[in-house]
Design a protein around this ligand. Structure first.
Ligand code: G6P
Length: 608
């Protein structure tokens, strides 16, 4: 949510800034801007719209200088206009700042600053920060930034430059990620690693509360009281190809099609065939600690929450302990009842979702062990959790999550296997599950062969105005995820429902204009789902059935049938979700939607 980039070094800053911003655009894309120290002062260029527009603007009206900051915005306070676009400047126009996060006491600060004579020109909360820095005491920019931040409540990742302190960028973070890219005689700052990868693989992830000072000579990390801090340099594990389209028309399609490899990456090195278990060293749990777990709470948002719902089935079955799955945003504001032996698992692709992070912190504060199931290495949730499982699915750029979901489910299966084997799960069952998991990448690849059939379906249903997704048991969360995919990228209203619950309300909506996607792989509730499909058919609904190979011909009941390979039921969601991802994708394309940048959404939601 909002992307930040900065460059200081020997080269013209604009090129790495614009390149970095275009890689961060998935984080927010309603407006953009840069500020550069041009040798005389601060010069800004900004506009409402995309990075491509900013690039054009900079060609028409270039800015010159080798120290600059840039921003791509997802509006929180104030409409997405040129005036509200970052960078923001102080009254003198000599300090410029970009910000990701929300300043919660902005109204109070603004009133006070206005009374002191500061003139505000935007509707943003961010502008208060730059005026605060303007009036804060200090001999250096970092001293002024540190002094200003003492007055701030809320979350921020910021980058600041000032005419009085040329060739220097000061960054700070609390609740929103910032990292430093360490190059050869040049340095970048960014809200995520993709923005710096074109220049360096070496990064320093800042901790909450850090302030860093970056110049061409090097960087220093300070705490909120200006004391020097040591931070390690990490290597980015992936390369630029991972964030390029690679011949695909959209990142979403690329990421759907990558799933055989991403599922494989999540499994890699973790399956122990002979022992029938999974090796998960990152959990940092001893066998005794695994056996002492009494309850698991999963906190997550969006697609990750759906993976958590699948995880409940997986963990309850394999580990045999109760699991609850909570919307992180709701959980964090409820009273935390400490139940001894509780493990809280935060599931997050980005590792930065504000609500999920805060829910994890609340659980930790209440005495729970905190685990993270995270994709982005070095992200805040990954670093604050006591242990966890990295998904290793590679960067996910499409705003609608796809490959992260399947990797999350696979990671939950590994977790279930690992914990289960430390408890009651028999070795033979463990071995069977290991064998099935090893087949999974190949089955995912076979599932992707349904794409032409799904595309044909999309053509038939692209004009539908509503859709219903039904599933039972472990496939009910898949119904929720299918509906979410459709609504978020094609703007078609869609609802996911437990198939049997449909008759308590949504059945009233069913007529010949209502496509109803029914998840019906062969499992214990298959006959029940068939009965629910009969109820839909009796009311004229148009059924698209997602079944598994060998589950029989449903023609006569379903208008369309898409079969995925057969698996044990616990693994089925990894496959049944794929036709739904493809259906949403093709419907969105046919409707002319901007698949990778759906309106109003952002990838990494660092505000609550
Ligand atoms: C946003 C994204 C979703 C994602 C959710 C949670 O809403 O658009 O695709 O599922 O955030 O994100 P996380 O990074 O925590 O998994």
């Amino acid at each position: 949510m909002c992307g930040i980039v900065g460059y200081v070094g020997p080269r013209a800053a604009v090129s790495p800034l614009v390149e970095g911003l275009s890689r961060l655009e998935y984080r927010g894309y309603d407006s953009a801007g840069v500020a550069v120290l041009n040798g005389k002062g601060v010069e800004t260029r900004k506009l409402a719209g995309r990075i491509a527009g900013l690039r054009d603007l900079l060609e028409r009206m270039p800015v010159h200088g080798s120290c600059g900051i840039g921003h791509t915005r997802w509006a929180t306070h104030g409409a997405p206009t040129e005036r509200n676009a970052h960078p923001h400047t102080d009254c003198t126009g000599t300090i410029a700042l970009v910000h990701n996060g929300i300043i919660e006491n902005a109204d109070v600060l603004r009133k006070r600053l206005e009374q002191d004579g500061h003139v505000f020109v935007t509707d943003t909360d961010t502008e208060t920060l730059v005026h605060l820095i303007e009036e804060s005491p200090g001999a250096t920019l970092e001293e002024r930034v540190i002094a200003a931040l003492h007055h701030v409540e809320g979350t921020y990742g910021i980058a600041v430059l000032a005419e009085a302190d040329p060739q220097k960028i000061v960054v700070a973070r609390r609740g929103s990620p910032v990292l430093l890219g360490v190059g050869d005689g040049e340095f970048l700052v960014a809200s995520d690693a993709s923005a710096v990868l074109g220049h360096t693989r070496s990064v320093v992830y800042l901790n909450d509360g850090d302030v860093a000072v970056v110049t061409p000579a090097g960087y220093r990390v300070l705490d909120g009281d200006a004391r020097e801090q040591e931070r390690s340099i990490d290597d980015i594990e992936w390369d630029l190809d991972a964030i390029a389209l690679g011949g695909y028309p959209h990142f979403m399609l690329k990421e759907i099609c990558e799933q055989p490899e991403t599922v494989q990456s999540t499994l890699r090195g973790r399956l122990l065939v002979a022992e029938g278990t999974a090796r998960l060293n990152g959990l940092k749990l001893t066998p005794e600690q695994c056996r002492a777990i009494r309850r698991i709470v999963i906190v997550a948002c969006g697609t990750s929450w759906h993976a958590g719902l699948v995880g409940r089935h997986v963990l309850e079955e394999l580990v045999g302990i109760p699991v609850s799955v909570e919307y992180a945003s709701e959980y964090r504001y409820r009273q935390q009842l400490h139940v001894p032996g509780t493990v809280t698992i935060a599931i997050s692709q980005s590792g930065e979702t504000a609500d999920t992070l805060e829910a994890l912190r609340a659980a930790k504060a209440a005495g729970s062990t905190a685990l993270g199931l995270v994709n982005v290495v070095g992200s805040t949730i990954a670093r604050e959790a006591d242990g966890g499982i990295y998904l290793h699915a590679g960067p996910e750029i499409g705003v609608a999550s796809t490959k992260a979901f399947t990797s999350q489910v696979v990671a939950l299966l590994l977790l279930g296997l690992h914990l289960g084997r430390q408890r009651e799960l028999p070795e033979a069952e463990g071995r069977r599950l290991v064998a099935e998991l090893m087949r999974l990448p190949e089955l995912v690849a076979r599932t992707l062969t349904v794409e032409p059939a799904v595309r044909a379906l999309a053509e038939l249903y692209a004009d539908a105005r509503n859709a219903l997704y039904l599933g039972r048991g472990i496939n009910f969360p898949v119904a929720l995820e299918g509906a979410l995919k459709l609504k978020e990228i094609s703007y078609v209203h869609a609802e996911g429902y437990p198939a049997a619950e449909m008759k308590h309300g949504p059945i009233a909506l069913i007529d010949e204009n209502m496509p109803v996607v029914c998840l019906a792989p062969k499992d214990a509730v298959y006959p029940k789902v068939i009965s629910n499909m009969q109820e839909v058919k009796a009311r004229g609904g148009r059924i698209i059935a997602i079944t598994s190979e060998g589950s029989g011909d449903l023609r006569g009941l379903a208008g369309h049938q898409i079969a995925v390979p057969a698996t044990p039921p616990l693994l089925a969601p990894v496959l049944t979700v794929i036709p739904l991802q493809l259906l949403a994708y093709h419907i969105a394309v046919l409707r002319g939607c901007d698949v990778d940048r759906p309106r109003n959404l952002a990838k990494s939601v660092t505000v609550e």
